[in-house]
Design a protein around this ligand. Structure first.
Ligand SMILES: [Zn+2]
Length: 506
């Protein structure tokens, strides 16, 4: 093992955000970035600033306020991309520009329509440009694993020469197999000895379910940075899962050697926050963060664990931050109790935020006996979602019975003005959604509707997620309430907020 320390480069907000149906607003991105900083990742890839003004704003917000971690922005090897990336991150404590170009012949021929010599020249120029702006430059050779190893090594060596301090060798299409990948990485160290002077990184995709295994193989071959995402989010089948990489190194340290700087007890909370804000559920049997990852079902296993935990458990659930908090608040809990519970959970609320959170909390506590840590985390997600709302549900009224057509009325606030809408048709949810459409002046089509409870018990908070199609494009919305009708209406309004930001609703 060649290194003592593995750097964790988190790309949840860039590659993860490219997953279909995920569209995080800048407040949601900031909340996730703050949690990633608490988790202790080394680098946050905050976005791809040239891709849209919203993405630029999200990256800039993170660069301005998240501390103690490098904030990175992605840029194609194009001048305007690189300078725009720099504009977005230059106020970061530790800014990093990440620029990339394809090196495989298949990409050169069909996508870039450039020769190898041209690609080498562009890589040189753009790395040099990035290095003239920013001390910390990362260069990636897209589709590296399907590139000619000699040509690739030449490009990587040139990038180091021009000032790249991190060289990333991605398995962009998720094609590599671990034994093959580790010898590929070793081959690059041999062909381009300059790689010994920089951080060598890998970025593996999970198309064949091998992203984590390939990342580990690369570590064994000398890579010292792993690009990964929380819950394994990312394009197609996703990226290497952050929590799996970290817990493999943690659990098998005696065998493997190197360590990360991650505070593993923040893993569960990070996973939950990302899942709530992206709307991507974690499968129950997912390693480390799945609901059942530490549940023993068979009698023999249960018997063993009761006698001695290590009979069937290789990790202690507390190590990943499960079941640690015993925060319980109730309707008599005051502002101060809420503030200190939030602080225990890692959220530092400003006066105004605390007031808002307290008002929310009171509403929940009036109807729910015990407000737990999980409820409070959801309350934070709810607050974050609200920050960017243009339309806000002020009141609703729905009359439904088995013998009559449901009738709904809603009042929506928009920039201080009030919009009223009503509807009499369909089922009770349908009628309330139509009343909202009517108020806002939108034509929404409900494409997906999911309800789930946040905690256990009849008085659990309900979370509703919807996908609403407006002008033939899908917009997701989620909301939380003790009342499922209210949560549904708010989720629908939120989807219309997303449509509004995209210009699909006026
Ligand atoms: Zn990727």
């Amino acid at each position: 093992m060649s290194s003592e320390r593995i750097f964790i480069f988190d790309t949840t907000l860039r590659d993860g955000e490219q997953s279909p149906g995920i569209s995080l607003n800048s407040f949601e991105k900031l909340e996730i970035a703050e949690q990633l900083a608490r988790l202790g990742v080394d680098v946050i890839e905050a976005g791809f600033p040239i891709s849209s003004p919203g993405d630029f704003e999200g990256v800039r917000k993170i660069a301005r306020s998240v501390r103690g971690v490098a904030v990175c922005a992605l840029a194609r090897a194009i001048e305007n991309d690189v300078t725009t990336a720099w504009d977005a991150i230059k106020e970061a404590e530790r800014p990093r520009i990440h620029t990339f170009i394809s090196t495989s012949d298949v990409h050169l021929k069909h996508q870039l329509r450039k020769s190898r010599a041209e690609v080498l020249e562009i890589a040189r120029k753009m790395v040099a440009l990035a290095a003239s702006l920013c001390d910390d430059v990362e260069f990636s050779a897209m589709d590296a694993t399907r590139s000619d190893p000699d040509f690739l090594a030449g490009v990587l060596a040139a990038a180091v020469e021009e000032g790249a301090r991190t060289i990333n060798i991605p398995d962009t299409v998720g094609y590599a197999v671990p034994s093959e990948f580790s010898s590929f990485i070793r081959g690059q160290f041999e062909r381009a000895p300059a790689l010994n002077d920089v951080v060598v990184s890998v970025h593996c995709h999970n198309d064949l379910g091998l992203a984590v295994a390939n990342s580990l193989a690369a570590i064994e071959a000398g890579a010292t940075q792993i690009e990964c995402a929380v819950n394994g989010l990312g394009e197609r089948a996703g990226n290497a899962s952050l929590e799996e990489i970290v817990m493999i190194l943690e659990t098998r340290r005696a065998l493997l050697g190197p360590v990360t700087g991650v505070n593993t007890t923040e893993i569960t909370r990070t996973s939950r926050l990302v899942s709530q804000l992206t709307g991507y559920d974690v499968q129950p049997n997912k390693a480390i963060v799945g609901k059942n990852a530490f549940a023993h079902e068979s009698g023999i296993h249960q018997d063993g664990v009761l006698k001695e935990r290590t009979t069937y458990e290789i990790m202690n659930a507390a190590t990943v931050g499960r079941g640690q908090s015993d925060i319980v608040l109730g309707k008599h809990s005051g502002r101060h109790a809420l503030k200190s519970a939030m602080e225990e959970l890692g959220y530092r609320l400003q006066e105004e935020e605390l007031n808002q959170a307290f008002a929310h909390f009171k509403k929940i506590a009036d109807r729910k006996k015990q407000v737990t840590a999980v409820d409070l985390e959801h309350l934070v997600s709810e607050e974050v979602r609200e920050l960017s709302d243009i339309f806000e549900l002020k009141s609703y009224d729905v009359a439904a019975s088995s013998d009559s057509v449901p009738a709904s009325r809603v009042v929506i606030e928009k920039e201080g003005g009030r919009l009223a809408g009503k509807s009499e048709s369909g089922g009770s949810m349908e009628s309330i959604f139509k009343a909202i459409d009517n108020a806002v002046g939108a034509k929404g089509k409900l494409k997906d509707y999911q309800v789930r409870s946040v905690t256990e018990g009849k008085d659990s908070l309900g979370e509703v997620r919807v996908v609403v199609e407006v002008a033939e494009k899908p917009y997701a919305g989620a909301a939380l309430s003790i009342d499922v009708v209210e949560a549904s209406a708010k989720a629908y309004v939120r989807a219309l907020n997303n449509a509004y930001r995209a210009g699909a609703v006026k």
